[in-house]
Design a protein around this ligand. Sequence first.
Ligand code: 5GP
Ligand code: MN
Length: 318
Amino acid sequence: MTEELDSAIRRLLQNAHSVVIVSHIRPDADAVGSLLGLGLPLLAAGKQVQMVLQDGMPEKYSFLPGADRVTRSIESGYDTLITVDCSEPERTGQLLEGLGAPDLVIDHHQTNPNFGKLNIVVPEASATAFVLANQLPRWGLSVDADTAQCLLAGILGDTIGFRTSSTDAQTLRAAADLMEKGADLSLVYRQVLLSRSISELRYWGQGLIKTQYEDNILWTVLTLDDRIKAVYPENDDADLVNLLSSVSGPFVVVLFVQQAPDRVKVSWRSIEGIDVSSIASTFGGGGHAAAAGADVTGSLQEVIAKVLEKTKNVLVGR
Ligand code: 5GP
Ligand code: MN
């Protein structure tokens, strides 16, 4: 990170009185952990802070300090707007519509076009929370035990418990440092990665029985009806895609999660050497080489057909 960017961000945060921080729809641990991991130190520094998720705080992460402060819409009167873990404005849902460029974008997606006035985008970083863990002290903000807990949750979530190829020695050092500051690894690990509800298990079951394997692609679907049957309260995939990607053999895993009769969330996962973010980009999405997603308009059948065709084309000759 350049000294210049760091001092510009430090100035921005020092001069801020009322800060809005937002993250992405269908929030995961890195979205939530980064939101709280920046919001809590700003509160401790005496700022007014709104921490906003359009979909609200998932029950799963309500154990994190500050979770009850998260709201679902932005109230006017703020002076500084920040996004965390968002590769593009649309990832926030409709929160940024009509607001202009954020003052600061903090992210780790290679597909991020740097849509902020200031941008700290680190594609090689294992998580946005890892970027924050490194940068907060340089920006004059201190990391207390609560903040450390949130940042460790973000890192554990995006590295799936330190097992993605993005997990490097620096990530492990940052995690160790957060533990020394008071983060409880075993608690965070259990809450973020191990603990499952019966609903999640039933929802997985709905997807698992429909799993198909063709042309080195393992794929399945979660419909709106599946969600109702499983009494699953969120609109995400309950991490089913990560379970599917633990299957050895497939080059690519694709999961279709119906969001509305005419809208489908698509998740891709790939083995080393296949960049699925480029496929996601052709559908208006993005992400990382090994893990990408897109919100695609169309009926479930239409979206499945289009996405599988594009994905197969990328795999031709492999
Ligand atoms: P997931 O499949 O777990 O939702 O997301 C995998 C990766 O793709 C994450 O890094 C996430 O930020 C990114 N991603 C997921 N959905 C979208 C989307 O609709 N648009 C963009 N640009 N990126 C997405
Ligand atoms: Mn992330």
